[in-house]
Design a protein around this ligand. Structure first.
Ligand code: AKB
Length: 321
């Protein structure tokens, strides 16, 4: 059996995707990589880990050859809010790593590559409700620029070299395992932690700010789902819109209050408000439904119930430790 390589495997999505792929395909067959720290925790430590500098094509090549890799999930990236602090660094990290992965993949005849795009490809001139699959892509963040360029690049490698690249436009992802870092949608995760710890949260976007979101189990399902889909059914190799749920910051606070009576959320918008205002409130993911059977399971109610339970258990275990 050939093997799977994951970049960014200590991040919010990578940490949970690694565990699920190892459960499905066996620990030894999933190579997790990162460039800063070794993963902690038994689940992530349940298979090979390699330090990998994605800036260096030859390092990627060495690992792909050493492990006989046939599938790559390239998740490492700088997200939207962090990208605005140092736009040049965001461009360099996001674009250099992607082109290096695509180059190694085509040269080594890797079978499939997954690369995440984002709702950040849209901008203020895109329709904000039920945003279509095909519409104006005119982002105003550097992160969004790298996602539009990345989509074009993936599509180019598919048509020019026949490399099977697949991609999703992730909405904000909500999860309890690994905290997100540097994104605009991170408030949806932080609100749970602060609500459980202290019963209050100062939210950095307005109460009426509505964004598309997805719970991690659906995110993992969508990511593996598109990679397992029959190639003949996929009409696109740039990226598919995928929706889970859409809600405002105020609606999430209200839902959390049902579990934590007296929870108090205040709203103190900062520079991330402008980014959120440039993104869709909801997206049309009918192409994903039709072409590869995408169907989310969680809505705001079931996600909140599960998050409260998981974050409570996590914080109470951490308190004991
Ligand atoms: C971010 O907020 O930057 C990301 C995203 C929506 O791509 N979570």
């Amino acid at each position: 059996m050939r093997r799977i390589l994951i970049t960014g495997s200590t991040g919010q999505i990578g940490s949970e995707l690694t565990v699920e792929l190892r459960r499905k395909f066996g620990g030894e067959n999933v190579i997790s990589t990162g460039h800063k720290r070794r993963p902690t925790g038994s689940a992530l430590a349940s298979g090979p880990f390699e330090f990998l500098d994605l800036d260096k094509e030859e390092e990627i090549l060495t690992i792909v050859r050493r492990y006989d890799i046939d599938t790559i999930y390239h998740l490492a990236a700088i997200l939207s809010a962090k990208g605005e602090e140092d736009p040049k660094m965001a461009w360099n990290v996001n674009m250099k790593s992607l082109i290096n992965i695509l180059e190694v993949a085509r040269k080594e005849k890797v079978e499939k590559v997954f690369w995440p795009s984002s709702i950040a490809v849209f901008g203020p001139s895109s329709p904000r409700d039920n945003t279509p699959q095909e519409t104006i892509l005119n982002p105003t963040t550097m992160y969004g620029l790298t996602k539009v360029t990345g989509e074009l690049l993936c599509n180019y490698y598919f048509h020019k070299f026949g490399l099977d690249v697949r991609s999703l436009r992730y909405p904000g992802i909500i999860s309890s395992e690994t905290l997100p870092g540097g994104g605009t949608s991170d408030y949806a995760v932080a609100m749970f932690y602060d609500a459980i710890r202290s019963g209050r949260y100062a939210c950095y976007v307005r109460k009426d700010t509505e964004l598309p979101m997805m719970y991690m189990p659906d995110c993992i399902e969508a990511t593996i789902g598109i990679m397992m889909a029959d190639a003949g059914r996929l009409k696109r190799h740039d990226a598919y819109n995928v929706a889970g749920m859409s809600f405002s910051a105020g609606a999430l606070a209200e839902e959390i209050s049902r579990h934590i009576p007296g929870f108090e959320c205040t709203y103190e918008p900062d520079s991330r408000q402008k980014i959120a205002d440039s993104w869709p409130r909801s997206v049309d993911d009918s192409a994903a439904h039709k072409e590869w059977g995408w169907k989310p399971k969680y809505d705001i109610r079931s996600m909140t119930e599960d998050m409260i339970q998981k974050v409570r258990a996590k914080l109470s275990n951490a308190g004991k430790g």
